[in-house]
Design a protein around this ligand. Sequence first.
Ligand SMILES: [Ca+2]
Ligand SMILES: [Ca+2]
Length: 146
Amino acid sequence: MKKFILICLLLPFFAFAQVPIKLSWSANSESDLSHYAIYTSYDNIVFTQDTITADTAITIKMLTEYSWIIIAVTAIDSSGNESEFSESVQKYRIDINSDKIIDGIDWMYLKRFWGTRNVLTDLNNDGLTDGLDQLILQRNWGRVFP
Ligand SMILES: [Ca+2]
Ligand SMILES: [Ca+2]
């Protein structure tokens, strides 16, 4: 029984490692705007409300077990009416600096966090930024994302 409890406590550290993603968007200009809702999806089919905010910039978390995430924003007015989804943005796990291309800048980040547990550069989720992550970058070198 004791062992079972320990496993439950430790599991979240491994199962829910998260990569921070910074987002910003243009303000909605309607006078009765109340707040924004941020939705995320890992399959581009099912979208889940991640968070709500009155700001136009926020940091959300991406689960490291997925290779990409799709994000969309809605605006909600003071009566509770919600807009359509904004145009969505996609973040790919291996595109470390989110500029939609795998190049020297991603490599620079990898070198900077070499040998650390930084989740942003640990592309294969093994707890360390090392040669295996370098190999992933090399295999995708020059790859451009939509
Ligand atoms: Ca990049
Ligand atoms: Ca790694």
